[in-house]
Write a protein that binds this ligand. Structure first.
Ligand code: ASN
Length: 482
């Protein structure tokens, strides 16, 4: 019954929304997506809280206008996709208002104006765009800076390398993997004021106003509230206070941190809570998805050795399709693609939670491999045994259960352990959809303190310890089952 009502509402909703009256349903809570490292607009402070102009501004506006918000920080590109897929209601991320974007977003009044500018290492000899010939310039995917670089590429002959987040881009510049970066002027200037050894040899190019945005045609009340709130904050001086807090030169240090983050011990001391919570998500992802994968994998594995051709075919198609699609694409398809498709049909936004999407992708992926392990295990038992048992009049099912499977299981066990280790490592791949598991947690920390060598070493050790412990445990279990 409930389902019927829901389906009915789903059909009615687009009809109503096409009508004259715009149903301004004010949501109880708005999800706002943002960048992960884009100081001074949004970045993590030393206590791992997201701060910056954008964070303070949206919170102050929500308070002023009396609406609830939940902020997520998956990175600029992922934030854009989240709004387009209906995972988030709005985006605030130092986002430039461009003509191209106006086709897919509705923007608020502007609260800042920014240029895009080239950044190079202090020691670099690059002094003009012409000097960039055959050099590599880094840029964040989906940004206005990327559009600028693409439009001028043939003129100056540089190579473009795209990044999903600011921290890996600046890391690559620092290590010399790229020769320059293109980013918003306030962002580059801010990082220089924070002691980054960079310079901006060429004057910036205007990329437009900075504003808050929603997906075109959705949440109109959110834009209205933002504009009203912004006007109020400008009138009462609070907006200027927010700007001053991050931009005034005397406020130029973000580090109220007493713990020295340049040592491994300091890094651990300051970030252990965040790392443990990331580890928790990683373990939950791996364990839940592997449990589901075992069930699906065994079903398809049994299908693949079944006497029925149709079942064998179904299993073959499943394995081929899933194995043929990279895990990252599978996750992006489930998280962004499917909600986008459903919305285009029903007109109703139907976001899927990132953890759920990640779990589904990992489960399907591992299930395809497990199905093959099961098939291999069963086929490794000599055919003669099945034939002998059947000729004694024992049924197929019983022979499977009593004779073939007990032997096959023993053969499969080491492969299961192996597959679990792979599944655990694969969790890092689904961080691409903005899921803050252990790897993403590490990247966020690096975005704040640029300690990539030590932080990645810590992550590697975390995974190594966990995988070693779990494999030991699995081996014990394996022995017991044998
Ligand atoms: N200014 C950038 C853009 O609008 C936004 C960002 O990098 N967070 O493309």
């Amino acid at each position: 019954m409930k389902k019927k009502i829901l389906a009915f509402l789903l059909i009615l909703f687009p009809i109503f929304s096409l009508g004259v009256v715009k149903a301004d349903t004010v949501k109880s809570k708005y999800v706002i997506a943002s960048d992960s490292s884009f100081a001074p607009f949004v970045f993590q402070d030393s206590s791992n809280e997201y701060t910056g102009i954008d964070m303070d501004l949206i919170k102050a506006i929500a308070k002023d206008q009396g609406f609830e918000i939940e902020i997520t920080n998956p990175g600029f590109d992922a934030a854009i996709s989240a709004v387009q897929a209906g995972q988030a209601d709005g985006i605030i991320a130092g986002m430039s208002v461009t003509d191209a974007r106006k086709a897919t977003f509705d923007f608020s009044d502007s609260y800042y104006t920014a240029n895009t500018i080239l950044g190079v290492k202090e020691s670099s000899t690059i002094a003009s765009y012409e000097d960039l010939k055959d050099k590599t310039v880094g840029v964040k995917n989906g940004t206005a800076s990327q559009t600028f670089l693409t439009e001028n590429q043939s003129k100056y002959g540089y190579k473009i390398k795209t990044f999903s987040d600011g921290s890996s881009m600046y890391d690559s510049l620092n290590t010399g993997a790229i020769d320059a970066v293109m980013d918003d002027e306030p962002v580059l200037k801010y990082s220089i004021s924070q002691g980054q050894k960079l310079k901006t040899p060429i004057a910036g190019t205007p990329i437009g106003e900075t504003a808050f945005a929603v997906k075109k045609g959705t949440n109109p009340e959110l834009i209205q509230m933002f504009n009203k709130g912004l006007a109020n904050l400008k009138a009462n001086g609070e907006f200027q206070k927010i700007l001053d807090k991050y931009l005034a030169s005397e406020a130029s240090t973000t580090s109220t941190n007493t713990v020295d983050e340049t040592t491994i011990w300091g890094l651990l001391q300051n970030n252990y809570k965040q790392l443990l919570s990331g580890l928790g998500i990683t373990l939950a992802l791996a364990l839940i998805s592997f449990a589901i994968a075992i069930v699906i994998g065994i079903i398809f594995g049994m299908f693949s050795v079944s006497p029925y051709k149709s079942l064998r075919l179904i299993s073959e198609i499943f394995v081929d399709v899933i194995r043929g699609i990279p895990l990252m694409i599978l996750a992006a398809f489930i998280f962004w693609g499917i909600p986008n498709f459903i919305e285009s049909i029903t007109g109703q936004q139907s976001p899927i939670n990132d953890f759920v999407a990640g779990t589904i992708a990992l489960s399907l992926n591992a299930a395809a491999y497990i199905a093959e392990i099961v098939r291999g295990g069963i086929q490794a038992v000599p055919v003669g045994q099945m034939e002998a048992s059947r000729s004694l009049g024992i049924s197929y099912g019983k022979t499977m259960r009593k004779i073939i499977l007990p032997q096959a299981t023993k053969l499969m066990l080491p492969n299961f352990v192996n597959q679990f280790v792979i599944a655990l490592k694969d969790t890092t791949i689904v961080s691409a959809i903005g899921l803050v598991e252990l790897f993403q947690t590490g990247k966020i920390i690096i975005a704040r303190n640029y300690q990539s060598f030590k932080m990645y070493a810590i992550l590697a050790i975390f995974y190594l310890v966990i995988i070693t412990l779990l494999t030991r445990l699995a081996k014990r279990l394996e022995k017991r089952i044998r």
